[in-house]
Each structure stands twice: as structure tokens, then as C-alpha cells.
Design a protein around this ligand. Structure first.
Ligand code: ZN
Length: 259
């Protein structure tokens, strides 16, 4: 989507600050994903491109209290906002008749909530408080930061991986708390996706649920689509996939069930 901010006079630095603040508020409210990109700034006009949650993401009712406050300030500066769809590269939102559960899985340019087939679910469609949506976007930012650190800094590799893979990490605890709130709001069981990179080659099917220590392998097909999870525990509301690297026994312990 593209957002155009038209002003009746040249764009001031105060107006630019408010635009930045509005876009931060929309991001925190799960109306848009990732940081917007400013594509044009010229005299009375600023244009930004964003990944929007859906076509109605910018209707007044979908703004948080914080967002509405900034909108009012911008309008007092003579700003008129228009929103236009420039492309929709994603598949249209699918509806499935066999909806059984949702999955929380951090994605950079799409909703972090999906159905069990991987179709994204816009959080704006659920009866959630501003605070809850803010918590989700903060969790997604933390998850992506850990993912980046894990891949880019050798000295922080294991600490960042622990956050992603251990059910006891601060990141996972926050994510599972969010799952409970989303489950309540959607009235649909909501599972937390637990990442597992290192594993033990011949013991994958014997992996135990890291939440309760029970058997949780439901498929030995490691070639399955991502959303056909090989591990699922209904009691702990956890799902996980086959490990990807079997070369380090010590690292394979991270995220495993510990008595
Ligand atoms: Zn369990």
C-alpha cells in the first residue's frame, strides 16, 4: 500500500516527525508490518510505501488511541491522507473450512498469526486491545532481532539461539503469553512455534516436548511443508519442525526437554 500525505503548505519538520510517529503507531498496532519506506518527499507531499495488514487497515476504527491522536494532530496541520493499493503480491487471504488451530510465528512482512495451513490472519480482525497488539509487534521485533543476531554475531550466537529455541527463554515466555491472549480473543487453540536448528540425527522422532516431557512427534516426514509441523503438543500449545543440523551434540541440547 502507498500512503500519501498532502499538506496545504510545504512540509515542515514537525509534520515529518508526526508522520514518523504515526507510522510507528501503525506498526505497533499491527496495521502495517516492518518499517515503512519513504518513496517521495516533495514540497507539499510525502509518500510512503508500507506492507499493510489488509485493505481496511487504515480505516479510522482500526487505529489505536495513540494513532488517532497523531492523526488529529496531522489534520490540524492541514494534512489530508490518502491510501492506495499499489500491489498485492501475496495470495489473497484464504479461508479454510477445517480451521482447527492458529500458530504464532514471527514473520517480517506479514501477520505473525496464521491458521494451521499457513494462511495469515490479520490481528485487526480479532477483538484485541491496543495493548495486546502493541505486545505482539514488540515480540515480533524482538524475535527478528534474535534471529539476526543468531545469524550474524558469533559471540552472541548461542545466547540468541537460546531465545529462539528454548521454551524457558524470555522471548518464548512472552510469545506463549501472547498465544494465550490470542486464543481467548479468537476462541481458537493457538500454538507457539518453537524453533529447533540443532538436533540428534537418529533421535529426532524421540524428541520430547520441552514443555512437559511427553512424546510429541506426529510425523517422521522431514520433507513436509513448513506448516505441516512434525512436532505438536496440544497440552503445551507448542509446535516445532525437524532439526536442520545434526553435527553438534552439545548444541542439540539447547531447547530439548530438561527434567
Ligand atoms: Zn507438552
Amino acid at each position: 500500500m502507498q500512503i500519501q500525505y498532502y499538506f496545504d503548505k510545504p512540509v515542515s519538520s514537525k509534520a515529518e516527525d508526526l508522520i514518523d510517529e504515526l507510522q510507528a503507531a501503525m506498526c505497533r498496532n499491527c496495521q502495517i508490518y516492518s518499517s515503512p519506506v519513504t518513496t517521495l518527499k516533495h514540497e507539499n507531499l510525502v509518500v510512503t510505501s508500507v506492507y499493510a495488514a489488509h485493505e481496511r487497515a487504515f480505516e479510522e476504527e482500526n487505529f489505536s488511541a495513540w494513532g488517532k491522536e497523531i492523526l488529529a494532530k496531522l489534520r490540524r496541520l492541514g494534512c489530508v491522507l490518502t491510501f492506495s493499493l499499489i500491489s498485492n503480491l501475496e495470495e489473497p487471504e484464504k479461508t479454510h473450512n477445517d480451521l482447527k488451530y492458529h500458530v504464532l510465528f514471527a514473520r517480517r512482512y506479514d501477520s505473525s498469526l496464521s491458521d494451521q495451513h499457513g494462511a495469515s490472519i490479520a490481528l485487526l480482525n480479532l477483538p484485541l486491545s491496543d495493548q495486546c497488539k502493541d505486545q505482539v509487534s514488540a515480540w515480533v521485533a524482538k524475535y527478528n532481532a534474535c534471529d539476526d543476531l543468531w545469524l550474524s554475531l558469533n559471540e552472541l550466537e548461542l545466547s540468541a539461539y537460546y531465545q529462539l529455541a528454548s521454551v524457558k527463554s524470555e522471548l518464548s515466555i512472552l510469545g506463549r503469553t501472547i498465544c494465550k491472549e490470542l486464543e481467548e480473543a479468537s476462541n481458537t487453540p493457538t500454538y507457539y512455534y518453537l524453533f529447533k536448528y540443532w538436533g540428534l540425527k537418529n533421535l529426532e522422532t524421540k524428541r520430547l516436548c520441552p514443555g512437559c516431557g511427553c512424546s510429541w512427534c506426529i510425523s517422521d516426514n522431514a520433507q513436509a511443508d513448513f506448516f505441516q509441523f512434525e512436532f505438536k503438543c496440544d497440552r503445551c500449545r507448542l509446535v516445532s519442525s525437524w532439526s536442520l543440523d545434526f553435527t553438534d551434540k552439545k548444541k542439540a541440547r539447547i531447547g530439548s526437554w530438561q527434567k
